[in-house]
Design a protein around this ligand. Sequence first.
Ligand code: PLP
Length: 388
Amino acid sequence: MQTATALSRLGTESAFEVLARANALAAQGKDIINLGIGQPDFKTPDHIVEAAVKALRDGHHGYTPANGIVQVREAVVADIAKYRKATVDPANVMIVPGGKVTMFFAIMMFGEAGAEIIYPNPGFPIYESVIKFSGAKPVAMPLHEETGYAFDADEVLSLITAKTRLLILNTPSNPTGGAVPRAEMDKLANGLAAHPHVAILSDEIYGRMLYDGREHVSLLEYDHLRDRLILLDGWSKTYAMTGWRMGYGVWPDSLIEQATRLAINVHSCVNAAAQYAGIAALEGPQDAVDDMVRAFDQRRRVIVDELNAVPGFKCPEPGGAFYAFPNITGTGLSSLELQNKLLNEAGVAILSGTSFGARGEGYLRFSYANSTENIIEAIRRVKACLQA
Ligand code: PLP
């Protein structure tokens, strides 16, 4: 067999590997606390589940339009008007099986040998993986601990060359929890006016999860970027629906047809019942989302205090999402050494910062999508393990 060369450049998401190792240890009877995986520890709210059950009972068993049922796309438009104060047309919305699909399609549309794509590092690992797979050169955009892991707009603009095709942004961010403030986003958006050849993929999947009164700054607010902006969002995080595989992209007029063609070539459409669940999620009561974000906020305070009390750790306060990203250089261990030590010796599953790119060295990612008791116990074990 001879497979395509590109296959050797495909990376992975080590969260799934660590989860498998943690599960294997748990199956052997080890007591494991999992702060590794990036998914809410809440159930999908009942009314959303019921909508999917009803859709199946009502006979929604067939293909849907490739870009999604019109009511879901209209519900997305209403949601964007409410939470992002932007007007979009349902014709520009494409429903996909999870946020990752918009990411894959966007990167594959722009990436090829000779092209450059700028992406956050540390950042969601699939960005770098798919950029390399496409043949394009990944250009790392640094995020700074000193500014709560926001990017520096001037620094980002300085990375743009004539070969830059796509700029990937992610706020609030995985793995850092960083939320970019409006002033920095304004500066970047203004600067991008001078680079009309650069398309933007804005991954806003944690856009409803912000703390301490921070506002979500959506790239959709910048009218002059709309004709080259792809917005990525979905149901996975906001509605605790990671396993349903429901995401959406808002595509500019010039790309929506190609995006739909990719969908037709790859998955035809998203599971019909899941789309009905998606309508119920967006149009139904939002209290479950508010309650979940409140719970994350409380745990965030606990985990930051606890992490800052670990000798050798320094943890800035995350502004959004459900991740803490402490600097662990004071321990004298590498990120991977510490990840493995904590899993094997303390029974605490977390992720090495290097799972999110080379610039994650010196950091660990703790997901606080777990109970406060488990978080407190996990950090107690971390302390004990480091002091042993
Ligand atoms: N974007 C970011 C920044 C993420 O953290 C994730 C999931 O962890 C995704 C996209 C993908 O979400 P989905 O599970 O909907 O594909």
